[in-house]
Design a protein around this ligand. Structure first.
Ligand SMILES: NC(=O)c1ccc[n+]([C@@H]2O[C@H](COP(=O)([O-])OP(=O)(O)OC[C@H]3O[C@@H](n4cnc5c(N)ncnc54)[C@H](O)[C@@H]3O)[C@@H](O)[C@H]2O)c1
Length: 322
């Protein structure tokens, strides 16, 4: 396979980006705006934030349509579209219990609408899948050929199974209609623009540490995670969009920490006096999570560049501004 060559400019290209008001998608939108592309953002604000759209609206090459993508897309008649990004989905564990049907519908019916648009326009499509397709993995670290260990009726099933469906749908469009598709499996990502109350480990720990409150660890803290800073993640998404391979790519940062190490590190970096407390581990919480990113690195120079300490400081600075 040939090495991926990234374009220096995307001037003249048009991008449709579903989920533009969200944490990862708004960061990706800004990257594409800075590369000169015209970006058309779509969002219904179910978990996204209007302030992210205000930031993007400062760019004259940004347009926005408020819409629920599984109900209907805007009328793009007469418009050439080059890239379609499917990033609209609630993604935090808190959303799994409050928004299960919205999650399943956006990843199935929403993805279908975006794929139909891609087919009609002869564009290239990228599905933002997730490491959750591996479920509670029996192999470690996870390579792309591992098919997963998912509980179809567990508390995370609405997300895991609908993302698996989105991958199957994307692959079927590529096979049946020759649509140009890409799939990324995103591992845990953190950084500015995360919701402070979204229930994910980094915002939880940072907010507890900033208030010098006890840091709550679920289980014994021996479970592992790998955390990728959001700008590194967006560089990986951009890289895969410009690859010539329609099979899935793991993307993330392979540096692996136990949850306890992570809490202790956050306390140290933020100079907090928080102590650790322990609660029972939720059902189906994966024990280990680390991406094997050999595949993307074999076809590109991609490498995460933001260290954990620097990324945590930037995230904490963002939370202080809220
Ligand atoms: N953040 C991570 O660690 C992570 C990990 C794996 C996969 N992902 C995937 O990346 C994408 C972005 O995740 P995020 O963490 O930035 O989440 P986010 O909730 O911040 O962003 C998702 C955006 O999609 C919008 N949205 C949801 N349903 C919609 C609908 N029906 N119509 C229009 N807009 C809708 C939300 O309002 C939100 O702005 C998601 O597809 C998620 O599954 C993220």
């Amino acid at each position: 396979m040939s090495k991926i060559v990234l374009p220096e400019s995307l001037e003249g290209k048009t991008v449709v980006l579903a989920g533009a008001a969200g944490f990862v998608p708004s960061t990706l939108a800004e990257k594409y705006l800075n590369l000169g592309a015209r970006v058309i953002g779509l969002d219904n604000f179910i978990t996204g934030s209007k302030s992210n759209i205000e930031i993007l609206s400062k760019y004259e090459n940004f347009d926005f349509h408020e819409c629920n993508i599984y109900e209907s897309l805007p009328d793009f008649k007469g418009l050439d579209i080059d890239y379609v990004f499917s990033l609209a989905s609630p993604a935090s564990p808190i959303d799994f219990s409050t928004l299960p049907l919205e999650i399943m519908r956006v990843n199935s019916e929403g993805t279908l609408k975006l794929l139909e648009l891609t087919k009609e326009k002869g564009a290239r499509f990228l599905e933002a899948s997730t490491s959750e397709v591996y479920g509670d993995p029996e192999v470690h670290p996870q390579t792309e050929d591992y098919v997963g260990h998912v509980n179809p009726i567990g508390p995370r099933a609405c997300y895991d199974e609908s993302k698996r469906y989105a991958e199957a749908l994307t692959t079927s469009f590529a096979k049946k209609y020759n649509v140009d598709t890409r799939i990324v499996r995103i591992f845990n990502t953190y950084g500015p623009r995360m919701r402070p109350d979204d229930g994910r480990v980094i915002p939880n720990f940072i907010n507890q540490a900033m208030k010098n409150e006890d840091i709550t660890i679920y289980g014994d803290g021996g479970q592992t995670r790998s955390f990728c800073f959001v700008t590194d993640l967006c560089e990986a998404i951009h890289t895969v969009m410009h690859s010539d391979d329609s099979s899935p790519f793991n993307i993330g940062n392979p540096d692996e920490y136990t949850i306890k190490e992570c809490a202790e590190f956050i306390i140290k970096v933020l100079g907090s006096s928080s102590k650790l407390t322990y609660l029972p581990l939720p059902k189906d919480d994966p024990r280990r999570r680390r991406p094997d990113i050999t595949k993307i690195q074999s076809v590109s120079d991609y490498k995460p560049v933001v260290g954990f300490e620097e990324g945590l400081k930037k995230t904490a600075e963002y939370f202080k501004t809220l």
